[in-house]
Design a protein around this ligand. Structure first.
Ligand code: SF4
Length: 387
């Protein structure tokens, strides 16, 4: 791990490149840069970028800058009601170039109600405990209205922490951790260089829950490839059964050209699942969830059937029904749905009952000569534009 805290040059407010979809309303507070692991083969996000820990004083300076802009917005609203676009343009016109970015962050957060904060980047829990506690204290002192502070954490990092340290973070305000489990299968985890095995995932997940912190676990359908989709589904379900997280989030595999996995596809070492196989895998996965009482969320654009989400266990039957309904469609209708969903013509399976949407999808399919053998390559190309 590289710690560049020795270089104490403050280059202004920073934001990292990603956040979970559920943190769209959150203030993004960058406390580290990039990923200390950076080896997962499916992940292109930080490849080629060095990991570093931002000095705590820089993080606090970012926060103070945001607090200053929030105060300006509060004053503006107190004086003249909800700010108009012209008010905001006037305000921005008086800012220096360096102030524009934190102002935009403050504005977005202010308009969203300032209730949640997401600590970036990939593994904030590598910070020393006192540093994290200082940042959390500053946050909760300056913004007492905050209800949720969340972060990404790697299982390998969390499994090395003590329960007492996690409890200290929970007490200081950290109340949700997002973990990229991706798979519970040891073969899949080793092949994609996740840096955590099934036991590490279970240890980390249970520690987070025991500390009273909400736990959100990501599962990546498709990551086993067509050869290992069954073990991938069954072992992931088993790991999650042992943890019982508050949220399971589906994020279907897509393979960006710049990821190491794309090279494995090109040289024939990884066989990507078709949409049909991914749906079979998710069905097998949900059928094998036992005793999980959290929420299964489908909040990622890459998922083919976003309505496969709900509260476990009571919505399990409804979710598996949607998956079976898709699998029982005739092949031509499945193809139209795959294409139409990726193009935004359909948002859910029930949209197939809308004749207008169906005609639109059929027209596009005919125009591009889509067939059963070309549909997955075509939708892969479309999906790559989302990532
Ligand atoms: S740990 Fe997360 S951010 Fe880091 S390489 Fe793996 S998937 Fe990407």
């Amino acid at each position: 791990m590289t710690d560049t805290t020795a270089v104490h040059i403050y280059n202004g407010y920073e934001q990292g490149p990603i956040r979970p979809p559920s943190e769209a309303q959150s203030l993004l507070l960058r406390i580290t840069r990039n990923c200390p692991w950076n080896r997962c083969t499916f992940c292109p996000v930080y490849k080629g970028s060095r990991f570093s820990i931002r000095p705590v004083v820089h993080v606090l300076r970012d926060l103070d800058t945001v607090a200053g802009h929030v105060q300006q917005l509060v004053t503006l609203e107190a004086n003249s009601g909800s700010p108009t676009e012209q008010d905001l343009r006037n305000l921005m016109g008086r800012l220096s170039h360096a102030e524009i970015r934190p102002f935009r962050a403050a504005l977005t957060w202010y308009l969203a109600g300032m209730e949640s904060v997401f600590l970036q980047d990939a593994d904030s829990l590598v910070l020393q405990l006192p540093s994290l506690l200082t940042i959390l204290k500053h946050l909760t002192t300056h913004f007492p209205q905050i209800r949720r502070i969340t972060t990404y954490g790697r299982s390998a990092t969390i499994a090395r922490m003590t329960e007492n340290n996690l409890i200290a973070l929970a007490t200081a305000g950290l109340n949700r951790i997002h973990i990229g489990m991706e798979s519970g299968d040891k073969g899949v985890l080793a092949r994609v260089c996740k840096g955590s095995n099934k036991e590490t995932h279970i240890t980390a997940g249970c520690l987070v829950k025991q500390a009273g912190i909400e736990l959100s676990e990501y599962y990546m359908p498709g990551l086993g490839g067509s050869e290992h989709y069954q073990e991938h589904a069954l072992e992931t379900a088993d790991a999650l059964n042992r943890i019982n997280p508050d949220f399971i989030r589906l994020r279907t595999l897509a393979i960006p050209e710049r990821s190491p996995l794309a090279q494995e596809v090109r040289n024939g070492h990884f066989s990507k699942c078709s949409d049909l196989l991914v749906i079979k895998e998710i069905l097998l996965f949900i059928e094998n969830l036992q005793g999980v009482t959290g929420y299964l969320a489908s909040d990622h654009i890459l998922n083919l059937l976003p309505e496969v989400e709900g509260q476990l266990p009571q919505d399990k039957e409804r979710m598996t029904h949607v998956l079976r309904t898709f699998l029982e469609l005739d092949r031509q209708t499945q193809i139209l749905f795959q294409l139409g969903r990726r193009l935004g013509i359909f948002t859910r399976l029930a949209d197939l009952d809308d004749p207008q949407r169906l005609v639109e999808a059929a027209t596009v399919a005919a125009e591009f000569g889509v067939t059963a053998s070309s549909i997955d390559a075509i939708t892969d190309d479309i999906v790559r534009k989302f990532i």
